[in-house]
Write a protein that binds this ligand. Structure first.
Ligand SMILES: NC(=O)C1=CN([C@@H]2O[C@H](COP(=O)(O)OP(=O)(O)OC[C@H]3O[C@@H](n4cnc5c(N)ncnc54)[C@H](OP(=O)(O)O)[C@@H]3O)[C@@H](O)[C@H]2O)C=CC1
Ligand SMILES: N[C@@H](CC=O)C(=O)O
Ligand code: NA
Length: 426
């Protein structure tokens, strides 16, 4: 039997699909119990089609989605264009045409996933998206199947390859921000608009999807507190190193008694924490659960071949069901009512980087603010800067999110003090 697939878009990830089908064809055919054939490829316009044909890419390129939607021989549509529109419309129409869909589009799935999954269900087809979270790491399938008997209590994740690659190059090799971003784009890691990568938005989308698979709860994207890597300074990095930490952009999802909470923020990780060794384009998802305990899933978070491998794994899983003539199972069955945690249940330590005049009593003023919030200092460092200025770094003991927000507000409003940065400490 032959399963016909159509690719929507032929960029970095999509062009990795033919590579795997060719290089690993026999194994893929055996696994799918069918030959997988790329029947059509949607490109943007005639110019792109002609350029690809001139490069020797011998596919049936089309520029009108109707040629795919109306083609009854196509079983699976693979959306690899990115962004919300027209991807959302194309996926909707493909599902309504009773075609299964594979996508790597976390932006779309995080914001409109529930709607698309309902359309899939109503049309008796499935929507799979392993590549949408942590590129090449088979994490969604693992959470959906291997954790069925377990209860996950916390996830920590380095979930954006681009920003982790950039931080690694800047910290370890002294690259500039612009050099590191340009290389991440050249290597095919960054989104077409890399704002999402560097501002923590891409990782926040991934937290929304992870929360559905790990906790059965759909957190609204707007409820994922997120911050990127732009505000991390060389001083923060140096201080982290002196104190035995490394800084990474870390996503966290926790379930407390009151409910669930997710955020993506720059984080001080102790050097001996497993996530501290996740460098370059590597991602890792560190899972804490009542059964397995601690487990970490590590691998490339972006890049053509790793991501295409996850896409093809989804195609194989769908093909299996199609060949058997069975209804294909949904990607994830775990769903509960979403209940958000209370801020007072969210306890963390924080690093506060503050600048002020180097004179008697300044530290006392900060100590009074902390005391008023009932938060104690863990470690305090002061360095004298030029022009009689001082840089003060405080690592606090645990405080809840209300106390943290209140301290940020109060320090920012303290005359003569500048709150330069705050970073979560694990
Ligand atoms: N790159 C990676 O490592 C990873 C990517 N992903 C996701 O995979 C998806 C694809 O990413 P990637 O391959 O890197 O992106 P690319 O930008 O390399 O590829 C997308 C391609 O789709 C084309 N395209 C856009 N709109 C249309 C349209 N209407 N019709 C036909 N073609 C269109 C684009 O053309 P043009 O450039 O002219 O706009 C481009 O060639 C995204 O959702 C991304 O977030 C997920 C995990 C990892
Ligand atoms: N731009 C993303 C690609 C994978 O999701 C990243 O860098 O992680
Ligand atoms: Na994945």
């Amino acid at each position: 039997m032959t399963i016909n697939i159509a690719l929507l878009g032929f960029g970095t990830v999509a062009s990795g699909v033919p590579f795997l089908l060719k290089e690993n064809g026999a194994k893929i055919t055996a696994a799918a119990n069918a030959d997988i054939k790329i029947a059509k490829v949607l490109v943007k316009d005639e110019a792109e089609k002609n350029a690809l044909l001139a490069e020797g890419k011998a596919y049936h390129f089309v520029t009108d989605i109707a040629e795919i939607l109306n083609d009854a021989s196509i079983d699976i549509v693979i959306e690899l264009m990115g962004r919300i529109e027209p991807a959302k419309t194309f996926i909707t129409k493909a599902l309504q045409a009773k075609k299964h869909v594979v996508s790597a589009n976390k932006d779309l799935l995080a914001v409109h996933g529930a709607e698309l999954l309902a359309i899939a269900r109503d049309n008796g087809v499935a929507l799979y998206y392993e590549a949408a979270v942590a590129g090449g790491i088979p994490i969604l399938r693992t959470l959906a199947s291997a954790y069925q008997a377990d209860k996950i209590t916390k996830i920590l994740a380095v979930a954006n390859g681009t920003s982790n690659f950039m931080m690694t190059k800047m910290v370890d090799e002294g690259w500039t921000y612009d050099e590191a971003l340009a290389e991440a784009s050249r290597l095919g890691y960054a989104e077409s608009d890399p704002t999402n990568d560097v501002d923590g938005i891409d990782a926040a989308y991934k937290m929304v999807i992870l929360s559905q698979f790990a906790f059965g709860m759909t957190i609204n994207f707007e409820d994922v507190r997120h911050e990127g890597i732009r505000h991390i300074t060389p001083e923060d990095v140096t201080l982290a190193q002196k104190l035995g930490y490394v800084i990474k952009l870390v996503g966290e999802i926790v379930e407390r008694e009151s409910g669930i909470y997710a955020e993506v923020v720059p984080t001080f990780l102790p050097k001996n924490h497993q996530l501290a060794t996740v460098n370059g384009v590597m991602n890792a998802v560190f899972v804490e659960s009542i059964g397995i305990g601690e487990a970490m899933y590590y691998g490339p978070g972006a890049g053509q071949k790793p991501t295409a491998t996850s896409v093809v794994a989804d195609i194989i899983a769908l093909a299996h069901g199609i060949v058997k003539g069975e209804k294909v199972a949904p990607f994830n069955n775990f769903a509960r009512e979403t209940v958000y945690a209370k801020k007072e249940d969210l306890l963390d330590k924080y690093y506060f980087a503050i600048e002020t005049e180097d004179k008697t009593g300044q530290l006392l003023k900060l100590a009074e603010l902390f005391e008023a919030e009932n938060v104690s200092f863990g470690q305090v460092f002061q360095e004298n800067l030029a022009e009689n200025r001082a840089s003060i770094a405080i690592i606090s003991h645990q405080m809840d999110l209300n106390q943290f927000d209140s301290l940020v507000e109060k320090i920012s409003a303290l005359p003569g003090f500048t709150l330069r940065n705050t970073i979560k400490v694990i």
